[in-house]
Write a protein that binds this ligand. Structure first.
Ligand SMILES: NC(=O)C1=CN([C@@H]2O[C@H](COP(=O)(O)OP(=O)(O)OC[C@H]3O[C@@H](n4cnc5c(N)ncnc54)[C@H](O)[C@@H]3O)[C@@H](O)[C@H]2O)C=CC1
Ligand SMILES: O=C(O)[C@H]1O[C@H](OP(=O)(O)OP(=O)(O)OC[C@H]2O[C@@H](n3ccc(=O)[nH]c3=O)[C@H](O)[C@@H]2O)[C@H](O)[C@@H](O)[C@@H]1O
Length: 443
C-alpha cells in the first residue's frame, strides 16, 4: 500500500494489453510495476519506448515514467514484494495444431509469482481464458504461495480494442469483477477508483461468469461480422448489394451498424483464437452443441479470404501467376501494427503462393510483416507498391488509402483495376474515373 492508501499494482505480461494497463494505471495515479519475461521488451518500456503501435500510448508512457510511478522489471521477487494487487496479462494464444487455448504462459506466470506471495494480496486475471481456468489457478496459488489461502484470485476480463486501447482503459463501457469474496471486490474497487469515479458500471459476479463474459462478448462480435459476410455471399449469388443491405439493417436500432461492416472479415490476436478456444472448451465440458454455430462463424470468416483471392483472379481474367499485384495493408485492422492472423497478409501470401508478384505496403505494420514474411516484397509507400500493378487490392482500410485519388493512382499502375476488400472506397467515384472496381458482395 502506498502512503495515500491506494494499492500498489503489478502488471504481469507487458504486451498489447499489459503495457497499456500498466501505463494507464500509473497515469491515473497508482504506483505500478510492469513485469515480463522478455528482457528486451522491459528495457524498451523502461527507456520510454512502447514496443508496438498504439495511438496516445507513447505520450502517456513518458508522463508515467517522469512521474516516478511506473517501473519495469523481470524479477518476480520484486513483484511479490511490491504488489498489493497483481494483474495477470500474459498471452493465451491458440495451441499449435489445436483449437484450444495455450495456458502454459499464464500457468508459468502464476508459478513464478506465487512463491513470492507471503501476505494477503489479490491476484487478478485479465487474460482471456477458457472457463474453469480461474478455479484451477486458485488451487495453484493456494498450494504454492507461502501465504496460502490468504492469496485470493479474481477475474477482471478486458474489453479494450487495439487502436483505442487508451480510451477503452481509461473510460471502459463496464468493469466486470469476478470475485469469491467481498474483500476481493473491495480491493478491485480500490484498484479502479478513478475509473469507477466516472460512473463506470460494475458487474460483480463469480469467477466462471467473468471468464465467460469475455469469450461471449468476442463471440458475439465475431458472429455479427460473419453474419453480414454470410449475407455478402448470398448477395453475390443474386447480384444484390451487401453494402446497401448492411446500411439498411443498421438503421434498425435493435440491430445497429457497429461490427456490421462486410468485407474481408476478422483477424487479429483475439477474435479468431477466442471463438475457437470457446468452441473447444464447450465441447470438453459437454455443451459443444450450444456454441457449434461458432464453427460456422469461423468458416464464413475463412471463406472471405479465399473469396478475395478469387475476386482478384476473376478481375485478372482467371490467372494470378506472373501478375503484378499491389496489396494495400498488412495489419489486421487500421490503427494497429498487429499482424497476428491478419486477413491482409493471408491474402497476400496466398496470391504470392499462386505465382503472383505481390508488393505489400502498410503505414505502420511494414516492419512486423517484413520480419514475419521475408518472402513477400514490400513497397515504401502505397503508390510505390502500386507501380506497374495489374491490380491494386485494398486489404486494410487505413485512411491513407482512402485519401488516394483515382487519377493519382492511375498514373503509376499498368491497369486501372481495384479490389476493395474492406468497402472503404467510393465505388461510384472510382468507376467514374475509369477504374474496374470490385468489392465482395457487391454487384
Ligand atoms: N491485445 C488486445 O487488444 C487484448 C488482449 N486480451 C487478452 O490479453 C492477453 C494478452 O494479450 P496481448 O497483450 O495481446 O498479448 P501479447 O503477446 O502482446 O503480450 C503477452 C506478454 O506476456 C509476456 N509473458 C509471457 N509469459 C510470461 C510469463 N510467464 N511471465 C510474465 N510475462 C510473460 C510476453 O513476453 C508478452 O510480452 C490474451 O489473453 C488476450 O486474449 C484481452 C483484451 C484485449
Ligand atoms: O479480446 C480482444 O483482444 C479484443 O478483441 C476485439 O478487439 P480487436 O481485436 O482490437 O479489434 P476489433 O476492432 O474488434 O476488430 C477485429 C477484426 O474484425 C474486423 N471487423 C471489425 C468490425 C466490422 O464491422 N467488420 C470487420 O471485419 C476488423 O477488421 C478486425 O480484423 C474486441 O473488439 C475487443 O473488445 C476485445 O477486447
Amino acid at each position: 500500500m502506498n502512503p495515500t492508501g491506494s494499492p500498489r499494482l503489478t502488471v504481469i505480461g507487458t504486451g498489447y494489453l499489459g503495457a497499456t494497463h500498466a501505463i494507464c494505471m500509473a497515469v491515473l495515479g497508482y504506483d505500478v510495476l510492469g513485469v515480463d519475461v522478455d528482457r528486451g521488451k522491459i528495457d524498451k518500456l523502461a527507456s520510454g519506448e512502447v514496443p508496438f503501435f498504439e495511438p496516445g500510448l507513447p505520450e502517456l508512457l513518458a508522463k508515467a515514467l517522469e512521474s516516478g510511478r511506473l517501473r519495469f522489471t523481470t524479477s518476480f521477487e520484486d513483484a511479490g514484494a511490491f504488489g498489493d494487487v497483481h494483474f495477470l496479462c500474459v498471452g493465451t494464444p491458440q495451441q499449435p495444431g489445436s483449437d484450444a487455448a495455450d495456458l502454459s504462459y499464464i500457468d508459468a506466470a502464476v508459478r513464478s509469482l506465487a512463491p513470492h506471495l507471503d501476505r494477503r494480496v489479490l491476484v487478478v486475471g485479465k487474460s482471456t481464458v477458457p472457463v474453469g481456468t480461474a478455479k484451477q489457478l486458485t488451487g495453484l496459488l493456494h498450494e504454492l504461495a507461502p501465504a496460502g489461502t490468504d492469496v485470493e484470485l479474481a477475474w477482471n476480463p478486458e474489453f479494450l480494442r487495439e487502436g483505442f486501447a487508451v480510451d477503452d482503459t481509461m473510460r471502459p463501457d463496464r468493469l466486470v469483477f469476478g470475485v469469491a469474496s467481498d474483500w476481493a471486490e473491495e480491493r478491485l474497487r480500490a484498484a479502479f477508483k478513478p475509473v469507477l469515479d466516472l460512473g463506470t458500471p460494475v458487474v460483480r459476479t463469480d469467477l466462471a461468469t467473468a471468464e465467460l463474459v469475455k469469450v461471449a462478448a468476442n463471440s458475439f462480435l465475431a458472429t455479427k461480422i460473419s453474419y453480414i459476410n454470410a449475407m455478402a455471399e448470398v448477395c453475390e449469388a443474386v447480384g444484390a448489394d451487401v453494402k446497401d443491405l448492411a446500411d439498411s439493417l443498421a438503421l434498425d436500432d435493435r440491430i445497429g451498424g457497429k461490427f456490421l461492416k462486410p468485407g474481408l472479415g476478422f483477424g487479429g490476436g483475439c477474435l479468431p483464437k477466442d471463438i475457437r478456444a470457446f468452441a473447444h472448451r464447450a465441447e470438453e465440458i459437454g455443451v459443444g452443441q450450444a456454441v457449434s454455430f461458432l464453427r460456422q462463424v469461423d468458416d464464413i470468416n475463412r471463406r472471405r479470404r479465399a473469396r478475395t483471392v478469387d475476386l482478384v483472379r476473376e478481375l485478372l481474367g482467371g490467372e494470378l501467376s506472373g501478375k503484378r499485384i499491389a496489396a494495400w495493408g498488412a495489419a489486421f485492422k487500421p490503427n494497429s501494427d498487429d499482424i497476428r492472423d491478419a486477413p491482409a497478409l493471408d491474402v497476400a501470401r496466398t496470391m504470392h503462393g499462386l505465382g503472383a508478384h505481390v508488393r505489400v505496403y502498410d503505414p505502420v505494420a511494414l516492419d512486423n510483416a517484413r520480419q514475419a514474411y521475408p518472402e513477400l516484397r514490400y513497397g515504401d509507400s502505397a503508390l510505390d507498391a502500386a507501380e506497374d500493378a495489374d491490380v491494386v487490392v485494398l486489404l486494410t482500410e487505413w485512411s491513407d488509402f482512402r485519401r488516394i485519388e483515382p487519377d493519382a493512382l492511375a498514373r503509376v499502375v499498368r491497369h486501372k483495376r481495384i479490389v476493395d476488400g474492406r468497402h472503404a472506397l467510393d465505388a461510384a467515384q472510382w468507376r467514374a474515373a475509369g477504374w474496374e472496381y470490385r468489392a465482395l458482395g457487391r454487384s
